[in-house]
Every structure is written in C-alpha cells, then in structure tokens.
Design a protein around this ligand. Structure first.
Ligand SMILES: C[S@@+](CC[C@H](N)C(=O)[O-])C[C@H]1O[C@@H](n2cnc3c(N)ncnc32)[C@H](O)[C@@H]1O
Length: 243
C-alpha cells in the first residue's frame, strides 16, 4: 500500500501542477491535427459525449449483445483494483471507466489521461469530490508517468484514435508493472463493402480500424501477453497482461 500525497506525485516522471478545474498538467501536449482530434477538443463534444452517446454506445453498436454495463464490468473484473493500487485509464474521455474503477475500489489511486483538455475537464467535473482520482491532460504518446508505477491499465475506444499506435502501446507497457493486467477495447475493421464504405470517411478523419488479429498483433508487439480476445462485433476486447 502506498501513501497518496498531493496529486500522487510518486506516479509522475516530471512535475505536475493542478489547474482550477482540477486537471493536472505535466508538460506540453502534442496536438492531434486530424478531424477526430479537432472534434475531441471541442467543449461541446466533451459535454454531450457521455450522456448522448457513451452511455449507450456498446449496447447500440453490438445491438444489445454487449451492453455498456457488461463492458465496464469486464474491465473492472480484469483490472480487479485493490485499495492502494494505482490504475490508469488511457484516453479517459468523460470518465466512464474512472468512475467504475473508483466505485470498485475507493481506496485505489485512479488516474486518467486524455489529450483533449475539454475531455479532461469534463472528467474532472464528473468526478469532482472523489478522493484519489487524478486526471491529467497528456498524450498517450508521451505518458508523463514513471516506469512501472501502475497495477492495471484500461484503454477503451481510444486505440482507434491513436496516431502512432505502436509508440502509444509501448508507452502503456512502460508505465505498467510486469504482470499487471491491461484491458483494451477497439472497433474492428468492417468485413463487408458497406461497412468499409462507412468507415472510409472515419479513416480519413484520423481513425484506424484493424481486424481482431491486427489488434492482437499490435498489442503483443508492444510487450503485452494476450490472455483472451473477445469478438463483440463490431467491437473487439482484449484481456492482456504486461509481459
Ligand atoms: C472514443 S473516446 C473513449 C473515451 C473513454 N475511454 C470511454 O470509454 O468513454 C477516445 C478518447 O481518447 C482521447 N484520445 C485520443 N487520442 C489520444 C491520445 N493520443 N492521448 C490521450 N487521449 C487521446 C480522446 O480525446 C477521447 O476522449
């Protein structure tokens, strides 16, 4: 069990300061110049994302076969946070997973990182008043944390948006303790022409879609060992461990 001081300084590799909205800053954040990056930086996107979309997204996309509550339960069960553990949600959005992780283990140190300041602020607003929750404006491509400080990591929906997937996954592996659980979810590449046509503008807007095998290869190439891949079309869920 580790003592929590201030904003959990021990987790950081460089000094972090907190702004008035409660968001931590630990250096310059590279701007994602894609259309997706621009949309994510809008305050309106961050404000409406969870109530209008994220609360239902997995349920709707999988036509009820993989409801959001099951997705979140799978994530918390795999990470299984314990009091004193430190867990990280990469691309935390409005804080759906942060809230679930904090509910599962109020004594754990729950960190979220997002490269959209609007999303980081929205997560801070939604989780205001919860102890041991730390939200940082930073990029998955340059995580501000020290090596091997996290006991678990989640990354849901963000894999599709990363501009350098391998570099980001390598950095996620770096901040985890060896053997720590990691939970991934991503949308898969459409297998039929209509689906591919639908995904084309999203790819042009900066999103990446891989097949389930492609996600597995990417995750394992970065130093994770996949325990199980679950096909939840059009989603894919990877339950992994830091090798
Ligand atoms: C599809 S949303 C998913 C949000 C959250 N994980 C959830 O499940 O509700 C993707 C999030 O990842 C963030 N994101 C995209 N690229 C990122 C990067 N390079 N570093 C950190 N966050 C990133 C976006 O700003 C957005 O909040």
């Amino acid at each position: 069990m580790q003592a929590v001081q201030g904003h959990d300084e021990a987790a950081f590799a460089r000094p972090a300061t907190q702004d008035a909205s409660g968001v931590l800053h630990a250096g310059e954040v590279p701007k994602n110049r894609s259309a997706t990056g621009v949309v994510n930086r809008a305050a309106l996107t961050a404000r409406v994302y969870q109530p209008l979309w994220r609360r239902f997204s997995s349920t709707l996309l999988t036509r009820g076969r993989y409801p959001v509550r099951r997705e979140v339960a799978s994530m918390t069960a795999h990470l299984n946070p314990q009091p004193g553990d430190r867990v990280l949600d990469v691309g935390c959005g409005a804080g759906l997973y942060l809230q679930a992780l904090h509910d599962a283990a109020p004594g754990a140190m729950v960190h979220g990182v997002d490269d959209s300041l609007a999303f980081a602020r929205e997560a801070a607003r939604r989780l205001a008043g919860r102890e041991h929750v730390f939200i940082t404006h930073a990029s998955a491509l340059d995580l501000p944390y020290a090596d091997g400080v996290f006991d678990g990591l989640a990354c849901g929906g963000t894999l599709n948006e990363l501009q350098d997937l391998h570099a980001a996954l390598v950095d996620m592996r770096r901040v985890l303790k060896p053997g720590a659980p990691a939970w991934f979810m991503a949308a898969t590449r459409a297998s039929n022409p209509a689906g591919r046509a639908l995904q084309a503008p999203m790819r042009a807007g900066g999103l990446t879609f891989l097949t389930p095998d492609g996600w597995t290869t990417a995750i394992e190439a970065a130093g994770f060992r996949l325990k199980r891949g679950e096909q939840r079309p059009p989603l894919w869920v990877g339950l992994a461990y830091a090798a």
